[in-house]
Design a protein around this ligand. Structure first.
Ligand SMILES: [Zn+2]
Ligand SMILES: [Zn+2]
Length: 138
C-alpha cells in the first residue's frame, strides 16, 4: 500500500541529500531542482522543496534564511559561519572557531536557553573585488 510510495520518497530524499552534500555553493531549492532533474527527470520542484524542508527539520542539512533573499540549503550540518558577497550574493563557509562564549553571554542577557547562534559576515568577494566579470562563460 503505502510502502512503495515511502520507499520512492526515501530514495529521492537520499539523492537530494547526496547531491547537496557534494555542493559547497549553498544552493536555493530552485538551483537544487535544476541540478536534480538530470538524475531524477520526473522530480518536481515541490518534491525537492518538501524534501529539503524535511531534511533540515531532521538536522541532516541546514536551512539558511536571510531577510530579502531566497532560502538556501547547506549539506554541511555542523555548526559553522558564513560569508556572503554583497555584489554577487555568493555564500561561502568560514572556517573559524565557533564562539561558544557568545551563547553564554546572550543567555545571561536575555534569560533564554541558547541552543546556538548563526553568524554571517557580509562584504565583497575576491572575484568582485578584482572586477572580474562572471557573466562570460568561456
Ligand atoms: Zn562577489
Ligand atoms: Zn555552509
Amino acid at each position: 500500500m503505502e510502502a512503495p510510495v515511502n520507499l520512492r520518497m526515501t530514495k529521492q530524499r537520499q539523492v537530494i541529500l547526496d547531491e547537496l552534500r557534494k555542493m559547497h555553493s549553498h544552493p536555493t531549492a530552485d538551483e537544487m531542482y535544476r541540478l536534480l532533474r538530470r538524475r531524477l527527470p520526473k522530480i518536481s520542484l515541490g518534491t525537492v522543496y518538501r524534501n529539503l524542508e524535511v531534511l533540515s527539520d531532521c538536522g541532516l542539512i541546514q536551512k539558511i534564511e536571510v531577510a530579502g533573499t531566497q532560502k538556501r540549503f547547506d549539506g554541511n550540518a555542523s555548526h559553522h559561519y558564513h560569508v556572503r558577497c554583497n555584489r554577487c550574493s555568493r555564500l561561502e563557509d568560514v572556517y573559524v572557531d565557533v564562539d561558544a562564549e557568545m551563547n553564554r553571554k546572550v543567555s545571561r542577557l536575555t534569560e533564554y536557553d541558547i541552543a546556538q547562534h548563526r553568524m554571517e559576515f557580509v562584504g565583497i568577494c575576491p572575484t568582485c573585488k578584482a572586477g572580474a566579470r562572471r557573466d562570460d562563460f568561456d
